[in-house]
Ligand binder design. Structure first.
Ligand code: DUC
Ligand code: ZN
Ligand code: ZN
Ligand code: ZN
Length: 467
C-alpha cells in the first residue's frame, strides 16, 4: 500500500550532522528531510505523523556481529532469530549481520543454507550474513568468489579454538589472498588458540577451574600477538582486515601501528569490554560464568585504551558479539571446569543505550555514537546508504530516541531470551521510544508492534572504506 509518514520536530542526528528537521517517509523509504517549521516541511501531508519534539531522530542501529541460534560446546545460543531480532528492535537496532558457519568437511553453501533456514520468516528486522570459514581448502576458496557475487562479502576466521573453528596460518593466508582478489573483507578472531590451550590445560591440572581463570589464560599478549600476525598476513596477501571484538590495550596498539602505515586494517570492540572487567569474572558462586566470552573481559585499565581508540578512529565499530547462554543449564556446564563454559554474552538489546550513556559520560560525541553504531558498520559491510543513515533513498529504519528517559537494565525488563542481564541494575539515561523498519512501526512508544517475517534478508556490497 501507498503510505506516507512524517516524523516531526526531532533533532535528527547522523554521523555527519545534527539538525532540527522533519523526515518524510513513503513506501518504506526516506524521501526527504527539511528544516522543522520550513514551508517545505509544513507542506507535507501524510496519513501518519510521529511527534518527535524533544527527542532524537536517529538511523536504526546496525549490529554487524551477532550469533543467533549458534552451536557452541554442545549447546546453542539462547536467542534464535525470532527472539534475538525482536530484542534488537526493542533496543533500536534495525539490521543485524549474523554469522553463517561452515562445518569442517562441508561446503560453505551448506552452512549458508542452514543459516537461511534458521532466519527465514523469523526476523522482525532486516538481516544479512557473514560466512565463518572452518575448513579452508580448494573448494572453500572457489566458493568464496561465488559468495561475494551474491552478497556475502565478508569471511571470518579463527586463530583460536583449535579443532573446532581454527584456521592455521597457511589457511589464513590462502583465504586472505582470495579476499585480496575478489574484493571481500577478511574478519579475524585474533587470539593465539594453540598457546591458550596449553595454558588452559595447565590451569585445570593445577586446580584453577573457576571462571576467572578463563580471563587469566586468554592473555592480552596472546590477543596482541595474534592481531599482529593477522595484520602481517593480510599485508603479505594484500587483503583488507577487520579484527573482531578487540579487548586488549596491546591489540589496539597493533591496530594503531598498522593504520599509521595506511594499511586497510579495521577494528571493532563491544560494550562488554567498555563497561565490564575481570572484576565481573570474579563474581562469587560461579557468577563469573555469566561474563565468560572470548576474547575475555580484561582488567579495568584496558578500558581507557578502548575509549581512546574509538575517539581516534583506531577502532571504528561497536558491535555486540551477542551470543547469549542461560546461566541455568548452559553456563553451568562449566562448573568445575571453566573451559566448558559456553563462550558468549547477551547484549544485542543494549548497545544503542550503553553508547548513549557513553555520550553523557563524555567518552564520545553524539555524532560519533551514530557513526560507531550505525554509519560505519553499514559502510564497512556494504550496506550504506540503504542502512546507517537518514538520507533521501535510505530505508526508513528510524529510531525516535528519548535522551532523558531513565531506565535500569535488568533481566526482569529485557527482551532477550536469557536468564540474566550482564548489566543488572545499571542505570541508563536515554531510551528507545519508537522504531520504524522500512517505514513499518516495530516498536510504538514502547510497545512491540512488529512481526516475525517482516525482516528481510539483505545482500551486501563490498566494504565501502577501501578507497
Ligand atoms: N566468542 C564468543 O564469546 N562467543 C562466540 C564465539 C566467539 O568467538
Ligand atoms: Zn508514492
Ligand atoms: Zn570471535
Ligand atoms: Zn562472535
Amino acid at each position: 500500500t501507498h503510505s506516507r509518514t512524517v516524523v516531526r520536530g526531532g533533532l535528527v542526528i547522523t554521523a555527519s550532522d545534527e539538525t532540527h528537521a522533519d523526515v518524510l517517509v513513503e513506501d518504506g523509504r526516506i524521501v526527504a528531510t527539511a528544516a522543522t517549521g520550513s514551508s517545505v516541511a509544513e507542506g507535507w501531508n501524510a496519513e501518519h505523523t510521529i511527534d518527535a519534539t524533544g527527542k532524537y531522530v536517529i538511523p536504526g542501529g546496525v549490529d554487524p556481529h551477532t550469533h543467533m541460534d549458534m552451536p557452541f560446546g554442545g549447546t546453542f545460543s539462547a536467542d534464535d532469530f525470532e527472539t534475538g531480532t525482536r530484542a534488537a528492535a526493542w533496543g533500536g537496532t534495525t539490521t543485524i549481520v549474523d554469522f553463517a558457519i561452515q562445518t569442517k568437511g562441508h561446503a560453505l553453501r551448506e552452512g549458508l543454507d542452514r543459516w537461511h533456514a534458521k532466519a527465514d520468516a523469523q526476523c522482525s528486522i532486516d538481516y544479512a550474513f557473514h560466512m565463518i570459514l572452518s575448513d579452508v581448502n580448494q573448494g572453500t576458496l572457489k566458493e568464496m568468489d561465488m559468495l561475494v557475487e551474491e552478497g556475502i562479502t565478508s569471511f571470518k576466521m579463527f586463530m583460536a579454538y583449535p579443532g573446532v573453528f581454527y584456521s592455521d596460518d597457511g589457511q589464513i593466508l590462502r583465504a586472505m589472498q582470495r579476499t585480496a582478489s575478489n574484493g571481500g573483507l577478511t574478519m579475524m578472531h585474533a587470539e593465539n588458540g594453540i598457546a591458550i590451550d596449553v595454558l588452559v590445560e595447565q590451569a585445570l591440572a593445577a586446580g584453577r577451574t573457576d571462571p576467572r581463570h578463563h580471563g587469566e589464560v586468554r592473555k592480552a599478549l596472546l590477543e596482541a600477538e595474534a592481531t599482529h600476525r593477522a595484520i602481517q598476513l593480510a599485508r603479505v596477501a594484500g587483503s583488507p582486515l577487520y579484527v573482531v571484538h578487540v579487548s586488549a590495550e596491546e591489540a589496539v596498539a597493533e591496530l594503531a601501528a598498522a593504520r599509521d602505515k595506511n594499511l586497510p586494517v579495521f577494528g571493532e570492540t563491544c560494550p562488554q569490554y567498555l563497561f565490564l572487567s575481570t572484576d565481573n569474572l570474579a563474581e562469587p558462586d560461579f557468577g563469573g560464568a555469566k561474563y565468560v566470552c572470548s576474547t575475555p573481559l580484561r582488567p579495568r585499565e584496558h578500558q581507557a585504551a578502548l575509549w581512546r581508540g574509538l575517539r581516534t578512529n583506531d577502532l571504528q565499530v561497536v558491535s555486540t558479539d551477542h551470543c547469549p547462554f542461560c546461566f541455568v543449564g548452559q553456563k553451568e556446564l562449566g562448573r568445575g571446569d571453566f573451559s566448558k563454559i559456553p563462550n558468549g554474552m547477551p547484549g544485542v538489546e543494549h548497545r544503542m543505550d550503553l553508547l548513549h550513556q557513553a555520550v553523557l559520560d563524555g567518552h564520545i560525541s553524539r555524532r560519533r555514537w551514530i557513526e560507531l553504531a550505525c554509519a560505519t558498520p553499514a559502510r564497512m559491510f556494504g550496506l550504506y546508504p540503504k542502512k546507517g543513515t537518514l538520507q533521501p533513498g535510505s530505508d526508513a529504519d528510524i529510531v525516535i530516541y528519548d535522551p532523558q528517559a531513565q531506565q535500569t537494565l535488568s533481566v526482569d525488563t529485557h527482551h532477550m531470551n536469557v536468564d540474566y542481564s550482564a548489566y543488572e541494575g545499571k542505570q541508563i539515561t536515554g531510551q528507545v521510544e519508537t522504531v520504524l523498519s522500512r517505514g513499518e512501526t516495530v516498536i510504538d512508544r514502547r510497545t512491540y508492534t512488529g512481526r516475525a517475517g517482516h525482516g528481510q534478508y539483505t545482500p551486501r556490497g563490498l566494504c565501502q572504506l577501501l578507497d
